[in-house]
Design a protein around this ligand. Structure first.
Ligand code: PRP
Length: 211
């Protein structure tokens, strides 16, 4: 069964104010996306498999737990890049596999422009990073690509996700887990999330399109 995890935490509420506020400067926006990414990332990794290992502390032997799965980070360009470094803080040994997509402004359909995934070597667990899930079209394309690559388990990490996109993913990919900081109710006629935060990619990289 698909799983939706909308994470409840006062720090998430607090930092969501910053990213939603249109007067937030790009540097503050990036920092808040980073903090939210860490909070979502902690929850999205809480049940990863571990195995016992023996180590020696400076004092004595100790049984410890170490990750038993290979985790790959899959940012969707561009906006997903804003979530990479915070997730690398949590998972420093994870490979990063970039996929480039943008939405056609007329149709809101995703258009792929970058994909250099190799034929083999898929991670056990892929954490797909994108601050926004709107119609779900971009994530749909990425999930299909990762399944064809041979990833065992796919988890989507998003900051703001709209109800229509969530329902699409839950319906079409029962094996995928979704971790989001907040669920917004709807999309407007341009398929932007309402109330949302505008265009995360443009705000992270300070490239406003309509000024
Ligand atoms: C945004 C966002 C997602 C996608 C979500 O990217 O970062 O990738 O749209 O929309 P969907 O769920 O309807 O597919 P955008 O096309 O603005 O590209 P950018 O990251 O380069 O700004």
């Amino acid at each position: 069964m698909s799983e939706l995890h909308e994470i409840e935490h006062p720090l998430i509420e607090h930092h969501l104010c910053t990213v939603r506020d249109k007067s937030t400067r790009p540097s503050e926006f990036r920092a808040a996306i980073g903090r939210l990414s860490v909070l979502v990332g902690v929850y999205a990794t809480e049940d990863l498999a571990t195995r016992t290992c023996k180590i020696q502390t400076p004092i004595t032997d100790a049984d410890c737990e170490t990750l038993a799965v290979r985790v790959g980070l899959v940012p969707i360009l561009r906006a997903g890049l804003g979530m990479v470094e915070p997730l690398q803080q949590l998972l420093p040994d994870s490979a990063v596999w970039h996929l480039g997509l943008y939405r056609n402004e007329e149709t809101a359909e995703p258009v792929g422009y970058y994909d250099k995934l190799p034929h083999s070597g898929a991670p056990n667990v892929a954490l797909v990073l994108d601050p926004m899930l709107a119609t779900g079209g971009s994530v749909d394309l990425v999930i299909r690509r990762l399944l064809s690559w041979g990833v065992d388990e796919i988890r989507i990490l998003s900051i703001i996700a709209a109800r229509p996109g969530i329902e699409r993913v839950l319906r079409d990919f029962p094996q995928v887990k979704l971790y989001v900081a907040v669920v917004d109710p709807e999309l407007n006629e341009q398929a932007f999330i309402v109330p949302g935060l505008g265009d995360a990619g443009d705000r992270i990289f300070d490239t406003p399109q309509n000024e």
